[in-house]
Ligand binder design. Structure first.
Ligand SMILES: Nc1ncnc2c1ncn2[C@@H]1O[C@H](COP(=O)(O)OP(=O)(O)OP(=O)(O)O)[C@@H](O)[C@H]1O
Ligand SMILES: [Mg+2]
Length: 251
């Protein structure tokens, strides 16, 4: 299989949104030292949808944390829209996240004291959008994920799959240039999972860079390109032609 990046990419979107260069992330020290990422170099362009696959502990979430400005590398550089994330202050990173990055966490991270609509509207309100306009945008995002009827429920009044869709609505609200999704289909049946992939694919086609961590080759098949990680490094990268080929490739 050939490396075939961004086959769905509109020609007007050619900039690199996310660039990691020689990134190392070491957790702990001495005997407890873990090299979660061990010299990772990747770049992802506007309009490109990339799936990240690899065994548990291979560094997928660590990669997303770094790309999302939630963590900084031990060495190497992470650039989002040309900005060196590691060189930003804590508040600078927070501003970058709010404005440019949508993040779906592996464990949803919804705020338990806010309703679904309030959770989704929050990043827009923090960004200075008025309350009413933010609510309108939140309802539209919830509708895209087919959970608008649950807008006034609190997270503990929703199923895992409903919470997951709410978390995805929160990530896609606003015009984020970089969408990072860590197993966003884990709690979803396959029909709903496909619907979520359609939403992410749509955001990439509209010009965002999208990074999806998944264990499921059927979902990875929606991507332009798949990066396979093992022990914190890229072991392979491939264009996606079909789920069957992808499955054969990842064995
Ligand atoms: N905060 C931390 N402190 C110590 N070690 C960590 C920390 N975060 C991650 N690690 C270690 O780094 C390695 C990579 O972890 P990471 O969570 O990125 O893997 P993953 O590919 O997302 O796995 P999974 O598929 O289970 O979610 C693992 O060995 C993990 O134990
Ligand atoms: Mg993980």
């Amino acid at each position: 299989m050939s490396i075939e990046a961004g086959k769905h990419r509109p020609p007007e979107h050619t900039g690199q949104v996310l660039v990691l260069r020689d990134v190392v992330r070491v957790h702990g020290s001495g005997d407890a030292e873990v090299r979660a990422l061990d010299g990772l170099t990747i770049s992802i362009a506007a309009g490109e949808f990339v799936a990240v696959m690899g065994p548990s502990g291979s560094g997928k979430s660590t990669l997303l944390h770094l790309a999302g400005g939630l963590d900084t590398p031990t060495s190497g550089t992470v650039r989002v829209e040309g900005t060196d994330v590691g060189a930003l202050s804590v508040s600078g990173r927070a501003a970058l996240r709010r404005r440019h990055i949508g993040y779906v966490f592996q464990d949803f991270n919804l705020i338990p004291t806010l309703t679904a609509a309030e959770n989704v509207a929050l990043p827009r309100e923090l960004d200075g959008t008025g309350r009413k306009a933010a609510r309108t945008e939140a309802m539209a995002a919830l509708a895209e994920l087919e959970v608008q009827d649950l807008a006034d429920r609190f997270p503990d009044e929703m199923s895992g799959g409903q919470q997951q869709r709410t978390a995805i609505a929160r990530a896609i609200i606003g015009k984020r240039r970089l969408l990072l999704a860590d197993e966003p289909t884990g709690a979803l049946d396959s029909h709903t999972g496909e619907a979520v992939l359609e939403v992410l694919r749509g955001r990439a086609d509209a010009g965002s860079a999208v990074v999806l961590v998944t264990h499921d080759a059927r979902f990875a098949a929606w991507a332009d390109r798949v990066i396979f990680l093992r022990d914190g490094t890229v072991i392979d990268t491939a264009g996606v032609d079909s789920a069957e080929e992808l499955l054969a490739h990842s064995r």
